[in-house]
Design a protein around this ligand. Structure first.
Ligand SMILES: Cc1cc2nc3c(=O)[nH]c(=O)nc-3n(C[C@H](O)[C@H](O)[C@H](O)COP(=O)(O)OP(=O)(O)OC[C@H]3O[C@@H](n4cnc5c(N)ncnc54)[C@H](O)[C@@H]3O)c2cc1C
Length: 493
């Protein structure tokens, strides 16, 4: 694709920038020679020249595009710019979704052409590879740039135990692959509880937990020790009437789900890689929080928190719940870790609440969401500066990134104590990722992987829910274009 944009003669002259990039000596690793054979466009500076500075948020500058993208090969920069321009146009996203769901996908020849086109563009941009092994090569390239990976086994929700067992194998295999990589190149394992516990059961458990919240005399015999799942203002409207207790078959399914999660946690303990539980929509989130907190109580040790939950700060009750959970964890002496996100199910939440005749659980304005994210970040940063636990700030928002970097610096939190991680989706917000990494913070990319046929529906669902986010990649596009222009000029003159 690149050769169509710039004549080959000029492309050959484009040299990869070799400015020295600082790096911590204990993590990012030279890419194993067996894992890659870079072309001239993929050439990178030798890892031995890399050093990482102490955290310095004033170094979080986006003006020096040469430094910002010094680890991105020109071919990749070209592809990224093109893909981000395409996904920034809503009608292109609509067209992509329409094609993927159209009858063309059932016609063999057409399907091959469509998949080949997607593979060389969107898939390669947003996905780490077809399997865990190829994804680990993508992690190697990121490590060279001082960034770590979170391997995300891209699966859809499971509806029965067979599906859950299949997904569990995938998650366990991912941990094996992470373990085989140089230490610290993977920051977290990711799990979707909806992939290891049948959706129907998560809905039933959430109903029962909501009813227990309204009527504390309502006993749940299967419930293990947990932290608070709701606050006073949490939405309980999904459950309109007293739910029936779990049947013996459902209790059996719950036992199997507990065992699956226990196996995952144990494997993470052995691999010494924490497990990050993703958050979903509020209909099933109470059950997901219950699994997360009961597992954290079992596995998190002061010196080594293993299970991290996710808090969606677009929810009006997020701040209250964060406070309740961290207070309860402190009282029990359990270190708790959270990934903070804004949240990815906004339109669905609003639709469901309105269909049931209730106010939306999402903040009324985007400004309130930004404030909630930033307040929760500050709260968690202050907490980890003075005690155990950890926080993953998962955002593409430049202002939130800057605010958190300044706060972390003020509190003296940096790379040293490994309690703070910034994270962005693979293929998104490269400027923020590289900027934070250049300033000395730990940064990870959330990297979905899997066969194109499995991962594309998963990505399309995310793209559909996150149109605003795709359209908002303008800042990245602008900086990438500047850097491409700069490299082109250098190559010509
Ligand atoms: C590493 C990583 C892991 C993630 N894991 C999860 C997960 O487990 N669960 C999950 O739900 N999401 C997850 N997300 C997605 C995340 O929740 C957001 O959808 C996405 O990152 C956009 O938020 P942002 O912080 O990047 O902020 P921005 O780029 O500033 O995006 C803000 C977006 O928030 C939306 N928004 C929120 N509240 C409002 C409001 N009140 N009014 C109008 N618009 C509003 C808008 O669509 C807007 O586009 C993850 C994201 C990352 C980077």
């Amino acid at each position: 694709m690149a050769t169509r944009v710039i004549p080959p003669r000029i492309l050959r002259k484009l040299r990869y920038n070799t400015a020295t990039k600082p790096l911590n000596s204990t993590h990012p690793f030279p890419l194993s020679p067996t894992l890659s054979s870079p072309t001239i466009l993929d050439q990178k500076p030798p890892s031995s020249t890399i050093l990482r500075p102490a955290v310095d948020p004033s170094a979080l500058n986006f003006h020096d595009v040469e430094k910002l993208f010094s680890y991105v090969p020109t071919s990749k920069l070209l592809r990224s710019t093109t893909v981000l321009y395409a996904t920034g146009v809503e009608s292109m996203v609509d067209l992509g979704m329409w094609i993927m769901r159209s009858k063309f996908m059932e016609v063999e020849g057409a399907r091959d052409i469509i998949l080949a086109t997607i593979r060389g563009s969107f898939y390669d941009h947003f996905c780490a590879g077809e399997d865990a092994i190829s994804a680990s090569k993508s992690i190697g390239s990121l490590n060279d740039a001082g960034i770590r990976g979170m391997l995300v086994y891209g699966v859809e929700d499971a509806h029965d135990n067979d599906g859950c067992d299949r997904n569990l194998k995938g998650f366990l295999h991912t941990i094996d692959v992470s373990k085989s990589l140089p230490p610290s190149s993977v920051s977290f394992e990711i799990v979707k509880i909806t992939a290891i516990c049948p959706m129907k059961l998560l809905e039933r458990m959430s109903d029962l937990l909501r009813w227990e919240q309204q009527d504390p005399s309502f006993i749940l015999p299967w419930k293990q020790e947990s932290f608070p799942i709701f606050s006073e203002s949490s939405p309980l409207y999904h459950t309109r009437k007293r739910p029936e207790p779990l049947t013996s078959e459902e209790e059996n399914d719950l036992e199997l789900a507990n065992k699956r999660l226990f196996e995952l946690c144990q494997k993470c303990v052995q691999a010494n890689i924490p497990l990050l539980v993703d958050a979903e929509h509020t209909e099933v989130q109470p059950a997901i929080d219950y699994f997360t907190y009961s597992s954290a109580i079992m596995h998190n040790k002061v010196e080594n928190p293993i299970v991290f939950g996710t808090m969606q700060t677009y929810l009006k009750d997020a701040k209250e719940r964060l406070l309740l959970v961290t207070n309860a964890a402190d009282k029990m002496g359990i270190p708790m870790g959270f990934k903070l996100v804004r949240g990815a199910y906004m339109s669905m939440e609003r639709r469901v609440a309105s269909s049931l005749g209730y106010a939306s659980p999402i903040h009324d304005t985007i400004h309130d969401t930004h404030k909630c994210f930033n307040d929760c970040s500050t709260f968690m940063l202050e907490k980890i500066a003075n005690g155990p636990g950890g926080v993953v700030l998962a955002t593409h928002n430049i202002e939130s990134g800057k605010l958190a970097a300044a706060k972390a610096h003020e509190l003296g939190i940096g790379k040293v104590n490994h309690k703070l991680e910034f994270a962005q989706l693979y293929g998104m917000s490269e400027a923020l990722s590289f900027g934070l990494s250049n300033a000395g913070f730990q940064v990870s990319k959330y990297m979905p992987f899997g066969p194109i046929e499995t991962v594309m529906p998963y990505l399309l669902r995310r793209a559909e829910e996150n149109r605003g986010m795709l359209a908002a990649s303008g800042f990245d596009r602008q900086l990438m274009r500047q850097e491409l222009g700069r490299r082109l000029k250098t190559a010509i003159f």
